[in-house]
Design a protein around this ligand. Sequence first.
Ligand SMILES: [Zn+2]
Ligand SMILES: [Zn+2]
Length: 166
Amino acid sequence: MSERIEYHMGRSFAGTRLEDGCPCPKAPCGLVLATGLGVDRDCPEHSLAAGKTIRQTHRADACPAVRFNPATDIYMQMTADYRAPFWEDENAFITAYGHVDKDELARQVQEYDRHVGADDTDLVPVEQIKHAWLRMEDPTDEESLMHKCEPDAPGAFPATTIWNVR
Ligand SMILES: [Zn+2]
Ligand SMILES: [Zn+2]
């Protein structure tokens, strides 16, 4: 079973001029939903019957109008029924949202390591797991670098990290 990927689409190379007046349900960015609620079957721009070229699409999970929300967006959906409740970045840094129980996070990381077939699936020593405050360099970009910060910094969120040790 694979996850269905939702797209937003538009008829112009940029902007939503041709979407603004059309009857289709709209995504937060003003484009129309390529699947899901779908397009209005009578839309003169987007219906299959209109047969017009789509010039702009992005994945719903990359919609520029949807701002990143650490509380709900920090997870990795590995398969339909397994979701890791943290991020692992390219440096193998683990970041979970909130100041979570460290033993529980260690167990979840071990489960993830087994899931991905890692060579080393030992429990991370709890003293390597830290409660921190982080912020995103650019909160509209999920790939944005995360930095440690003070709890009162703009955009700061609580996190539990395993950085620099795996
Ligand atoms: Zn339309
Ligand atoms: Zn969009």
